[in-house]
Ligand binder design. Structure first.
Ligand code: SF4
Length: 434
């Protein structure tokens, strides 16, 4: 039975118990959220090293790190190192987006090394096996790849089943057209053969495979906007309506499902986008990339997208896909993976505080108390990136005497406002000063 089927039957699984403990939520509420499809626990039983992690509005917002080799750069060992960098920085999920040769063994290495659930985009392997010949993609091969990856232990898969033949001309009206790799592949195949999306046509067969292995579907947004001018257009929302229907078909088949979202969206359209997805997809967990809120800062798109991701978290997203400083420019290196992860943990956490998730602010309050007490050690323990904070502090520390650590080099001892505050407090309450 899948987690969804168990929940629908009122059976509480060990995975639900683990999620309830980790999230400090009553297990009955976890079970109910999974049963309604408002939460998912992507966990393929064949991925024995992975732990269950819940995705949904009931829980802390999660962050996914994309890694994977391109045909131009990187090798298996580099991707293994990126996996470790992402995990150390706090990745809740990892997706292997590798393309090229020998993908099964790269994936096996990542599955073995990953204690968090791992996702893929099976059409990448399908096209890789055909040496990049998109028009010749064989739908039977695509289903075979989905089956093989499910058997291997992949926990969740992005499937671009909602982009239909009728949407392609709409997307061609845009400035950027189609910016999703998977979406562009499906569109070119449909255009070449004048046929419907094979994943959509054979969705029941796909679900039969996925239900057998409890693989969670991540419904791909093949028509996510790739620039501000293309956001919230007929193509994007036309695909979203199909995704809403596919959500219901997944749930009826007992397959856990989440929905992927934009993309590039002006800040003032983010709330509407989040609410529309929640309504059209009946509360299915929303997995968003960014959104990027301005198109003019290549090299800094971990920042442009984190601004959007924070708003997305407040208004409806449950899982954020990180964006690194390399976005739009190249394959990220290890340092960029680290920067992207930290940026997205900030966005997820800031969003959780803003939406009032119980306990979300506890760590901030502990940090504030440590700051007021000049407890630097505690500050670095609480920091999202403690080693970075400590190294930065050390860099301009003006003395080595710990007794003088009641200020930093920003204002110096004479002008340290926290130091002055302490004097005011001590003067008001001489007893506590002695
Ligand atoms: S010196 Fe300035 S920045 Fe540093 S702890 Fe004091 S008030 Fe804060």
């Amino acid at each position: 039975m899948t987690q969804l089927q168990s929940a629908q039957a009122g059976i509480i699984t060990p995975a639900m118990r683990q999620v309830a403990t980790d999230e400090n939520v009553d297990v009955a509420r976890v079970c109910e959220a999974v049963a309604r499809g408002h939460a998912v626990i992507p966990l393929n039983p064949a991925h024995t090293s992975a732990r269950p992690i819940g995705v949904g509005r009931l829980f802390r917002t999660k962050v996914n790190a994309n890694i994977g080799r391109s045909t131009q750069r990187s090798a298996c060992r580099e991707e293994q190192r990126k996996l470790q960098v992402a995990l150390t920085a706090g990745a809740d999920f990892v997706m292997d987006l590798s393309v090229g040769a020998d993908l099964a063994s790269i994936r096996q290495g990542l599955l073995d090394a990953s204690p968090v659930p791992l996702g893929t985009v099976p059409v990448y392997e399908t096209i890789s096996r055909m040496q990049g010949d998109v028009p010749q993609m064989n739908p039977d091969l695509l289903l075979k790849v989905i089956r093989e990856q499910a058997e291997q232990g992949v926990d969740f898969m992005t499937l671009h089943a909602g982009l239909l033949h009728r949407h392609v001309p709409m997307a061609m009206q845009r400035i950027m057209g189609i910016v999703s790799r998977g979406g562009a592949i499906m569109a070119e195949w449909m255009q070449t053969h004048n046929r419907e999306n094979p994943l959509y046509e054979r969705w029941d067969e796909v679900l039969e495979i996925l239900v057998r292995h409890d693989v969670t579907v991540s419904l791909g947004d093949g028509l996510r906007p790739g620039c501000l001018a293309d956001a919230s257009d007929a193509a994007q929302f036309g695909e979203l309506d199909v995704l809403g229907d596919l959500v219901q078909r997944c749930r009826r088949a007992g397959v856990q499902v989440m929905v992927e979202g934009p993309g590039h969206v002006p800040f003032n359209q983010i709330q509407m986008n989040m609410e529309r997805e929640q309504q059209v997809c009946d509360g299915a967990p929303f997995y968003v990339l960014g959104p990027v809120v301005t198109d003019i800062a290549p090299g800094y798109d971990h920042i442009t997208s984190c601004i959007g991701a924070t708003a997305a978290t407040v208004y409806g997203a449950s899982l954020l896909c990180y964006v690194t400083p390399a976005e739009h420019l190249g394959l990220p290196d290890e340092d960029e993976v680290h920067q992207g992860m930290i940026a997205y943990r900030i966005a997820a956490h800031a969003g959780d505080v803003a939406r009032g998730l119980p306990g979300a602010r506890d760590r901030d309050d502990a940090m504030s108390r440590a700051r007021a007490a000049f407890d630097w050690k505690r500050q670095f323990e609480l920091a999202l990136d403690g080693p970075h904070a400590q190294a930065r502090w050390q860099k301009t520390r003006t003395h080595t005497d710990e007794a003088q650590d009641d200020h930093c080099s920003m204002c110096g001892p004479e002008f340290c406002a926290m130091r002055t505050t302490k004097r005011i407090r001590d003067a008001k309450n001489p007893a506590s000063a002695s």
